[in-house]
Design a protein around this ligand. Structure first.
Ligand code: BGC
Length: 727
């Protein structure tokens, strides 16, 4: 068994590398929007109304190989487009990489690595002949218990914006259309198809629209409108959010597709800005569509103009040209309806290396009294406790779309999943790493706390593993309908940790979780370290080993706030059909700051095996009005004796008259520093970073008065603050 565990990853690595070399695809020739529109207009002008409509209409659920397809047309020719989930990799496919989830990518706070993650996903999607990736998700973590929190990039709009834009750039550089979703206010699963999210204009712009604005600037090709209503109007029928804001204010030139089954009409949807209906049917699985002949009839009746249909089509065709999909585009090699019919194409290459390093980079060290990193030389016996350390006895893909919770958690459930080509569990990773040098003992049965205590008692160090899972509402796991029923650890986790800590003074807790959990045992001195492994994907156990044994110095930072008590959160999932966003701008850490609530672990927090010092922050202001440019600099020194990365963060406080929460993240960088070395870090703030939304003039305005830049190691660990004035 040990032998199998050790050789499994390397066999896969070799196979993937060899096969991928022979696959090397030519780099796609990307066009600007203007260039793409010229080509698209030339093609679409030759099309009949029926042909145009075909390009906007899905071929219906489970009728064609991809999770969504459009119809092809001939003379002039345009191919059927293939759209496939999801935000972390290719769903319903073999020989693909199952990487870290969005939230763990975000917790790396590493722009370059996030871009590279987008690029390897883009290469995989294109390699399989998929035109459109249904991701990234930029649903903000509004409620900590919301089911799809793990798919996106956390609670803060700025972090979501940076991670979203880097992901879009990466995917699209490889010639695949990225889809920003779910537009907008799809922030919980409960009643997602039967509720209205009511949000004021300022909150909409400053929080929920922000990531879309950054992704539109990055050239995102498509946006998916959401299931929910917005102020009582369906997301995919909403003229204000789609026409006025996305296409108008933001100048979005790609196309808007519906979420699956989220189209509710023909005329109202199309005239409100919807460009493509997915998967095509009115109710998934039926024989009808709101587009198709219903759309041509609406044009004949004069309720939709032919120009509007040409606009819809041109947007889709231009996006295809922009990504260089008219040249060297591979044949589609996924088949969601019948997997065995799919062409066998290996696209994994060496992407597992990126997954492993991002899994480690996204790991947040929450507590460490010095017990970590572990050293093989000083341990005789290591206990592994909890099912989250081990595999699902039926295999990592035993439940469709990861809709169960057995063994270690490396992905949530629902459409945001991919099938694991393999899953390195913590047990496998640790066993392969320590070899014969350390005796491993274990219990993976969560319900026998006495056995857990006994195993812990006999070990030098006890590693206790636990998790908390969630996903999409169409799958129910252990009574959780997508959203979590509570914020506690699953599988008796708290009791296991307490039992181990009762029996052994050296307990290290490892948590795989979709979003925050409660940690009632956190102050127990026997719990000497807590490692937050997030949702790490197929290389889980290897990424963990890199952190536990110090090959990688932890540098992950929390992309959300972990509270001491559930009541401390300003927002939780509600079982209502009218969801009022009454917290307005006070979301995540802004709520904790505004109400002076001490979080357990604040947004932006994470420990390292070294220490960093910040020298004085300097601020310089140039220009005025909308051309203002504020530059803040800080010198960061690795003052410890281990090499490592630090993530200096810049928060802005607006003038008091602006009526904003105490501070907003407006910059961060990841800097690698050898022990003893220092580096100067620069943040720049312009109109985007310094504006608030004025709901009277419907514009972004820079308020006048005194601003403050706070630079620090987290949202609560501010090392220096400097003010500047805007006239
Ligand atoms: C989800 C989308 C997904 C689509 C296709 C929907 O239920 O909300 O995120 O892309 O299904 O699977």
């Amino acid at each position: 068994m040990e032998c199998g565990i050790k050789t499994l990853p390397s066999i896969l690595i070799t196979a993937g590398t060899l096969l991928s070399t022979s696959l090397a695809a030519p780099t796609p020739q990307l066009l600007t929007w203007d260039e793409a529109y010229i080509k698209a207009e030339a093609l679409v002008s030759q099309m009949s109304l029926e042909q145009m409509v075909n390009i906007t209409t899905g071929t219906k659920w489970r009728r064609t190989p991809c999770i969504g397809n459009t119809y092809s047309v001939s003379e002039p020719d345009f191919p059927a487009l293939c759209l496939q989930d999801g935000p972390l990799g290719i769903r319903h496919a073999d020989n693909v990489t199952a990487g870290v989830a969005g939230v763990t990518a975000a917790s790396s706070w590493d722009k370059q690595a996030i871009r590279e993650r987008g690029r390897y996903m883009g290469r995989e999607f294109r390699g399989k002949g998929i035109h459109v990736q249904l991701g990234p998700s930029v649903d903000i973590v509004r409620a900590p218990d919301a089911g799809r929190n793990w798919e996106g990039f956390g609670e803060d709009p700025y972090l979501q914006g940076v991670a979203g834009a880097e992901t879009v750039l990466g995917i699209q550089e490889e010639g695949v259309v990225a889809t920003a979703k779910h537009y907008v206010f799809n922030n919980q699963e409960t009643n997602r198809k039967a509720s209205t999210s009511n949000v004021d204009e300022r909150t909409f712009h400053e929080i929920y629209l922000w990531p879309y604005a950054r992704m539109v600037e990055a050239g995102v090709g498509s946006v998916m409108c959401s299931y929910n209503m917005i102020d009582d109007i369906w997301g995919c029928e909403n003229d204000y959010t789609m026409n006025t804001v996305l296409k108008g204010e933001l100048g979005f030139r790609g196309y808007i597709m519906s979420d699956w089954g989220a189209t509710h009409s023909t005329v109202l949807s199309v005239n409100s800005g919807l460009d493509m209906t997915m998967p095509g049917d009115i109710i998934m699985g039926d024989d009808y569509t709101y587009f198709g002949s219903n759309l041509t009839d609406a044009v004949d009746r004069g309720e939709v103009t032919a120009e509007r249909v040409a606009d819809m089509t041109t947007r889709i065709v231009a996006t295809y040209y922009k990504m260089g999909q008219d040249k060297d585009f591979p044949e589609t090699a996924v088949n969601f309806v019948n997997r065995t019919m799919a062409l066998e194409v290996f696209v994994q290459a060496d992407h597992h290396k990126h997954v492993r390093s991002m899994g480690a980079a996204g790991t947040v060290l929450l507590k460490n009294d010095g017990v970590l990193p572990l050293s093989i030389d000083s341990i005789d016996t290591l206990a592994l406790i909890g099912s989250d350390a081990s595999d699902d006895p039926n295999g990592p893909n035993s439940c469709v779309s990861r809709g169960c919770s057995n063994g270690t958690l490396a992905m949530g459930w629902g459409s945001g999943t991919a099938d694991f080509p393999y899953l390195i569990t913590p047990h496998q990773g640790i066993e392969a790493h320590v070899g014969d040098d350390v005796e491993l003992t274990y219990t993976f049965w969560d319900w026998d706390v006495e056995e857990a205590a006994e195993i812990a008692r006999q070990a030098d160090i006890a590693l206790v593993f636990s998790n908390a899972d969630s996903g999409e509402e169409h799958i129910i796991v252990d009574g959780n309908v997508g959203d979590r029923n509570n914020l506690s650890l699953w599988h008796n986790g708290d009791a296991l940790i307490e039992a181990a800590a009762e029996a052994n003074e050296n307990v290290v807790v490892i948590i795989h979780a979709v979003s925050p959990v409660l940690m009632p045992w956190i102050d127990n001195p026997h719990v000497r370290a807590v490692v937050w492994s997030g949702i790490p994907g197929q290389e889980s156990g290897n990424s963990l080993v890199d952190i536990l044994f110090g090959a990688v110095n932890p540098s992950g930072r929390l992309p959300y706030t972990i509270a001491r008590n559930e009541e401390d959160y300003g927002v939780l999932v509600v079982n209502e059909t009218v969801i009022e966003y009454t917290e307005k701008l006070e979301l995540g850490y802004k709520h904790f700051d505004a109400h002076d609530i001490e979080p357990l672990f604040e947004f932006g927090f994470g420990l390292s095996y070294t220490t960093f010092e910040y020298s004085e922050v300097e601020v310089d202001t140039e220009g005025e009005g909308d051309d203002i440019k504020v530059t803040a600099t800080v010198e960061v020194t690795n003052s410890g004796d281990v090499d490592g990365a630090e993530i200096p963060q810049a928060y802005i406080s607006f003038p008091e008259s602006a009526g904003e929460p105490p501070k907003h993240l407006r910059g961060f960088e990841k800097v690698y520093l050898k022990a003893g070395k220092k580096s100067k870090v620069t943040f720049e703030f312009g109109k985007t970073e310094l504006s608030i939304w004025d709901s009277d003039s419907h514009e972004w305005v820079i308020p006048s008065g005194e601003f403050t830049v706070h630079v620090g190691a987290s949202s609560r660990d501010i090392r220096d603050s400097v003010s500047f004035t805007v006239e």
